[in-house]
Design a protein around this ligand. Structure first.
Ligand SMILES: Nc1nc2c(ncn2[C@@H]2O[C@H](COP(=O)(O)OP(=O)(O)OP(=O)(O)O)[C@@H](O)[C@H]2O)c(=O)[nH]1
Ligand SMILES: [Mg+2]
Length: 442
């Protein structure tokens, strides 16, 4: 996610960190570079302009400050402004009525139906009664798709087959009311904002059922398209927020950065995988950290807490920080990781993770299994002390695991790299967020 924009900001930051003081000319130069990065990432022109104007203004203000690290100060300004543009605070979802009604709107294929089910899962996990409604009567199999998703999470789906979408929504809300449901989520057909008839239909649905929330579902991979249609939808409907989907793909960041300013409503959730548990409340600070490459400690910790067994994690963390980590621990860690989901996704969240190194490591999920096989073929002594693994041991391990000698060598090399990285983490003071260190806050 956001690889390009993150890499580019990394270059800018590296230069900023070397600055002895902030001058007009380096403010100008940095502004120009940021502008280029934002536009390349498909950020809306006006949003980029406002962003730079704010950063410039604040940077001007720091010229007079006698800061020890003026570059860090500048970086902090950029970070703060990005958090601001993304919405500052986490947005809430309004579930004050019974049933509360959520209407989904958006272009074709943006992820509405999937997101309906993901939202339903979030609410049922909170012990709420949810009813899904199938109001896409145009696309063949749209109803079956919602029914299938509903059955996976045990949530009923209201449908009338190919009926009138306005009536279907109204009837679904009535049914939700009579069944004392807490939330009714209306899945609608994908539509283009230039299609007057279809826009008229969703306006009628909105007028009729008066939803608590009208959420625009935006495919973050489509950049400007998502932003332009978001604007049109926000003019046609009283939107209460946006859900950004497919952030796990190769989104460049433009939609994420622009959409809040353009619609004037907050981003409420982010879709981060195809799976039904792949929806997260949108967190502006966390998103800014990801875009700027500051790592995402919070998500990582939350994820770990969710699935990993606490004692093992604690133990591994101590070893990592104390630089006592061996292949046996690595094996344990792999088992924990496997429980946590996609490895690429996790690696992307690691703070301070060297992106280039990460690419070189090429740890795909299926590789996880092979890696495990290789480690399993080692003797306990080898795992405890990998330095004893010489040529003949490597051959035996390769044979035993059914992997090539080259892969065994690669794994051992990766392990050494990983230890180096851990050593860097270890240098950070315990209990301190890498972010704080990075900013020079102590
Ligand atoms: N990777 C990833 N895929 C997603 C995400 N959200 C949706 N998708 C995928 O995007 C595709 C389209 O999703 P749908 O939910 O059918 O989209 P839709 O807006 O309902 O589509 P229409 O009803 O045809 O307008 C499906 O293959 C989904 O699995 C996401 O957050 N990440
Ligand atoms: Mg759909």
């Amino acid at each position: 996610m956001f690889e390009q924009i993150t890499d580019r900001f990394d270059t800018i930051f590296r230069r900023l960190r070397g600055l002895g003081k902030i001058t007009d000319s380096n403010i100008q130069e940095t502004s120009r570079e940021i502008r280029r990065v934002l536009l390349e990432a498909d950020v809306n022109l006006h949003v980029a302009r406002d962003f730079i104007a704010q950063v410039q203004k604040k940077a001007e203000g720091t010229k007079v400050l006698k800061s020890i690290r003026p570059g860090e100060q500048f970086i902090k300004i950029i970070h703060e402004e990005l958090v601001h543009i993304l919405g500052d605070e986490k947005a809430k979802i309004d579930l004050s009525r019974k049933p509360s009604v959520i209407l989904m709107a958006g272009l074709q294929g943006s992820g509405k139906t999937t997101t309906c089910a993901k939202l339903a899962k979030i609410f049922t996990d909170q012990k709420k009664q949810v009813l899904l409604a199938a109001a896409d009567v145009y696309r063949p199999a749209a109803i079956e798709q919602l029914q299938l998703l509903g059955s996976q999470i045990d949530v009923p789906v209201y449908d009338e087959g190919v009926g009138d979408p306005v009536a279907i929504c109204a009837n679904a809300v009535a049914q939700g009311k009579s069944e004392k449901a807490d939330v009714v989520i209306l899945d609608t057909a994908g539509r283009l904002h230039v299609d007057g008839e279809m826009m008229n239909e969703i306006q009628q649905i909105s007028d009729k059922v008066k939803p608590n929330e009208i959420l625009f579902v935006a495919d973050s991979m489509t950049g400007q398209d998502a932003v332009n249609s978001a604007k049109a939808f926000s003019e046609a409907l009283p939107l209460t927020g946006t859900i950004l989907t497919k952030l796990d793909g190769d989104a460049r960041g433009g939609a994420a950065v622009s959409i809040r300013q353009v619609t004037g409503t907050p981003i409420k959730f982010a879709g981060v995988s195809e799976k039904l548990d792949g929806l997260e409340p949108f967190n502006p600070k966390q998103m800014a950290d990801r875009i700027l490459g500051f790592g995402d400690v919070i998500s990582l910790v939350e994820k770990a807490e969710h699935v990993a067994d606490e004692k093992t994690v604690d133990m591994l963390e101590k070893k990592m920080l104390g630089n006592e980590f061996n292949l046996e621990d690595f094996q344990q860690q792999l088992m924990q990781l496997k429980k946590m989901g996609s490895l690429q996704q996790l690696m992307g969240m690691m703070p301070g993770m060297n992106r280039k190194l990460m690419k070189g490591m090429n740890m795909e999920d299926r590789q996880l299994l092979w890696t495990e096989a290789i480690i399993n073929s080692m003797t306990p002594a080898e795992r405890k002390n990998p330095t004893i693994i010489d040529g003949s041991r490597r051959k035996r391990i390769a044979l035993g695991s059914g992997r090539s000698l080259q892969e065994v060598n690669q794994l051992l090399k990766q392990f050494v790299q990983m230890k180096k990285m851990m050593k860097q983490f270890g240098k950070m003071k315990p209990g301190k967020m890498p972010m704080g260190n990075f900013m020079g806050i102590s």
